[in-house]
Design a protein around this ligand. Structure first.
Ligand code: ATP
Ligand code: MG
Length: 138
């Protein structure tokens, strides 16, 4: 079994579609084994998105992700990282396949409703960023 970090972003929490998104996650065969709702501080967001700090959209991304509540979750399945990225769809919703979370729900390339870890190394770093071992209940 593999684990990945999922974030339901502020555009989705504001529209009260966390349940719809989690239904798609569970229907894809991913188990939600940890979950919390919080507002990221600017310092936390800058650290979490540190890999993007040289990108032109970095400041906008930090402003967006701190603009409202997020739901952070650990998902578990065989091949959870790839399975969840397939379930999310492409970063830009205009390029996302039909039936994916971003095709159905994202508003724009920035307000794209969900985050998912992109590698097993990053999944571990990102899960440890938000959760202790005791908070993950498989
Ligand atoms: P995430 O890391 O959120 O799962 P991703 O891996 O599909 O998304 P990344 O390249 O890691 O995409 O970009 C991180 C986030 O930065 C994207 O989800 C999006 O919100 C934002 N982003 C990426 N590219 C752009 C862009 N060209 N303009 C504005 N925002 C962008
Ligand atoms: Mg990414």
């Amino acid at each position: 079994m593999e684990r990945t970090l999922s974030i339901i972003k502020p555009d989705a929490t504001k529209r009260s579609i966390t349940g719809k998104i989690n239904a798609m996650i569970e229907e894809a065969g991913l188990s939600i084994i940890a979950q919390k709702r919080l507002i990221l501080s600017v310092v936390q967001a800058e650290e979490f998105y540190g890999v993007h700090k040289e990108r032109p959209f970095f400041r906008d991304l930090v402003n967006f992700i701190t603009s409202g509540p997020v739901v952070v979750q650990v998902l578990e399945a065989e091949n959870a990282i790839a399975l969840y990225r397939k379930t999310m769809g492409a970063t830009n919703p205009k390029e996302a396949d039909k039936g994916t979370i971003r095709y159905e729900h994202a508003e724009s390339i920035e307000a794209n409703s969900v985050h998912g870890s992109d590698s097993s190394d990053n999944a571990k770093i990102e899960i440890d960023f938000f959760f202790t071992d005791e908070e993950i209940v498989g």
